[in-house]
Design a protein around this ligand. Structure first.
Ligand SMILES: Nc1ncnc2c1ncn2[C@@H]1O[C@H](COP(=O)(O)OP(=O)(O)OP(=O)(O)O)[C@@H](O)[C@H]1O
Length: 634
């Protein structure tokens, strides 16, 4: 789900997420310290880097010379610090040149495409074929050994690689639905580039920049080592390595400070780049830089309508947080429910109550800025919150399948439906082409697609939304899952088609005996196919019970209000009884009962403490202390 707030979330999130990892903190800290020390060299260096003392040549570290002295008795630490200044300035010049060329061109070619893209790409091909070292040597000769000129040239020549990568990312983002929506809403190209494309490219830009910086240090050191940089006695890291090499047999220590510092700097830049890549990649199982707390057990919470241990899916005390510009916000708090084979549990609630996040957390598919911070998701006896990415990937599609609101998004428009289904079928079982074809036709029949043979030959854009949802259901069934998670599977469909798809889901569930977790905000859908319902409000389950009991008499004022506001319940031509106010955003919930500000039955004690789930009967729980009052109402 992409919200209007996503862009700033990502902008602030990368730095925080990098710093939340140990390697991010260590490498960023080391580089910052190095940069600060080098830039402050005139203030902190213990000696003049050019001052020679022939009485004290080739000394090992001592109190007077922390890193020893070189063959002319100069203080190695001071020379390293001063040499670092020119290295850093050179790197910054190269990085700046690379960014100035690569970012605008990469974003523009990826987003605009067309002739401009083709022209720039051909130019990039030519630049990439140029031998960089020859050009650098020529530049150094022309510009009198100017490292700045060499680094700027390196930045410009290296920009074509970075530009290609940014272009690829921009092309992907261009195809996202929210970018199309922004275009339809009339945002200008510049606005779209700055609001949507650039923030998504930020990760790759940082990664490429740190890799380029590492490369630039290597090349700069090589050039100064060969004496192609500033002439002696100027302090440069490469020059120091050169000096150390000449005295290697008499004083091997001399190589350690310069060689070690160069190696550490290159390593730190590489690791920092990797860390940025890891936190910005859509690594759905990463903690997104959030600290995972052990499950908080609340002994007073009676949230197990099905006895613990027997349910196929048992979500216990699940908490999920996201990193946002306002810091870490808890979006789910102690969510719990059970779902057994053959049951269909409807997760209902207003927009923003946490239904989709719950479904994604069960699948281990939270966005990179989110993480499960407590609780467990026990599926068939295994805690999925502790499963590795590989284990989760092995479960998804086989034992747990997902169908979403937008079936078309899951179908690749460039392949025929039959071939896409066949690929999925063959990923689950080793089947010959012919056996896979038969299985595809069988699945298509199962989901009641008319004329499967003919349908298999069609492309996704040649079928309707309802048909596409049936194809998506067939794909989900290919692995014979035990649990099907359906996130608003009928919301995008025509009303008549909705009924058909629901009937299909009901029949398939009856025949296969799978459990279904259905996210919806439609009570009609709940009444139609659910056996149980869990009502969510502001990141908590406020009531869970079998559907008949909920429809008989809601046991939470929110359930009652939600049902009353349902369009299906309202008599024709009467206004819908909408719930006043809105779901409080995560992080801004009132104390005590989260619904109390909107609740007609709210009393002073509702604000006192967190309201626990109270067991009303064997199969029913409610997070309300005034349930009797509600049920006494006509
Ligand atoms: N990646 C994210 N970063 C920050 N906040 C998020 C993220 N994803 C979801 N949220 C927040 O979590 C809350 C619950 O979102 P969720 O999508 O689960 O609601 P929902 O009940 O499914 O609503 P809807 O029916 O509109 O999809 C919302 O306040 C949403 O803004």
């Amino acid at each position: 789900m992409t919200t209007a707030t996503d862009v700033p979330v990502r902008r602030r999130g990368v730095l925080r997420a990098v710093l939340a990892t140990a390697r991010g903190r260590i490498t960023a800290g080391f580089l910052l310290l190095l940069f600060a020390c080098c830039l402050l060299a005139p203030v902190i260096a213990p000696a003049d880097p050019l001052h020679q003392n022939l009485q004290e040549i080739l000394r090992t570290p001592s109190g007077a010379h922390w890193l020893g002295t070189d063959s002319l008795g100069r203080d190695v630490l001071s020379r390293l610090l001063y040499g670092g200044r020119s290295s850093i300035v050179g790197i910054l010049e190269g990085v700046a040149a690379q960014l100035v060329v690569a970012v605008p061109l990469g974003v523009a070619t990826g987003y605009l495409g067309g002739r401009f893209d083709r022209f720039v790409m051909r130019l990039a091909d030519i630049v990439m074929s140029v031998p960089v070292i020859v050009i650098l040597l020529a530049i150094l000769a022309i510009f009198d050994h100017s490292i700045a000129a060499a680094m700027i040239t390196l930045g410009v020549l290296g920009a074509s690689g970075m530009m290609r990568i940014i272009r690829g990312t921009a092309m992907t983002v261009r195809q996202e639905l929210y970018v199309s929506a922004a275009e339809l809403l009339g945002l200008s190209r510049t606005q779209i580039i700055f609001r949507h494309i650039l923030p998504r490219c930020r990760g790759v830009i940082i990664v490429q920049t740190s890799l380029f910086a590492a490369l630039a240090i290597g090349i700069q050191t090589g050039l100064t080592f060969l004496g192609l940089g500033p002439p002696p006695p100027a302090a440069t890291w490469g020059g120091m390595v050169n000096e150390a090499a000449t005295t290697l047999s008499t004083q091997p220590w001399l190589l350690a400070p310069s060689g070690g510092l160069i190696a550490l700097t290159v390593l730190a830049l590489g690791v920092l780049g990797d860390t940025v890549r890891d936190v910005t990649a859509q690594n759905h199982t990463s903690s997104g830089g959030l600290r995972v707390k052990p499950a908080r057990r609340r002994p007073d919470v009676a949230q197990a309508p099905v006895p613990e241990g027997t349910a196929l899916l048992s979500v216990r005390d699940l908490s999920v947080s996201f990193l946002t510009p306002r810091g870490e916000v808890e979006v789910l708090t102690g969510v719990g429910f059970d779902l057994d084979a053959g049951q269909t549990l409807g997760l209902v609630g207003e927009s923003g109550s946490g239904k989709s996040v719950t479904a994604r957390a069960v699948l281990g598919l939270l966005e990179a800025n989110g993480a499960v911070t407590g609780g467990s998701v026990i599926f068939d006896g295994r805690d999925l919150t502790r499963a590795t990415r590989r284990q989760l990937a092995a479960l998804r599609g086989t034992r747990i399948a997902l169908i979403s609101q937008e079936p078309m998004v899951a179908l690749d428009p460039s392949f025929r439906i039959g071939s896409q289904l066949s690929e999925i079928v063959r990923s689950h079982a080793r089947l010959s082409r012919e056996a896979a074809r038969r299985r595809v036709l069988e699945l298509m029949e199962m989901v009641e697609l008319p004329d499967p043979e003919e349908m298999a030959k069609r492309y996704p854009f040649q079928i309707s939304g309802g048909m596409a949802q049936r194809v998506a259901i067939a794909a989900a069934l290919a692995g014979s899952p035990d649990l099907l998670i359906a996130d608003e599977p009928t919301t995008a469909l025509d009303v008549t088609v909705q009924a058909d798809v629901l009937a299909l889901l009901r029949r398939l569930q009856r025949e296969t005996g799978m459990a279904v977790l259905l996210v919806t905000h439609d009570w009609g859908v709940v009444a139609d196919i659910c056996t149980h319902v869990a009502v969510m409000y502001a990141g908590q389950v406020v009531e869970q019970a079998p559907v008949e009991q909920v429809f008989g008499a809601p046991a939470h004022p929110y359930t009652a209000a939600l049902m009353a506001s349902s369009p299906e319940k309202a008599p024709r031509r009467t206004p819908i009884d909408a719930i006043a106010g809105a779901v409080p955003p995560p992080g801004a919930h009132p104390d005590g009962c989260r619904f109390r500000d909107r609740c007609a039955l709210s009393a002073a004690e509702c604000a006192d403490d967190d309201i626990p789930l109270v067991r009303l009967n064997e199969e029913r729980v409610s997070r309300c202390i005034r349930t009797e009052l509600l049920q006494a109402q006509p």
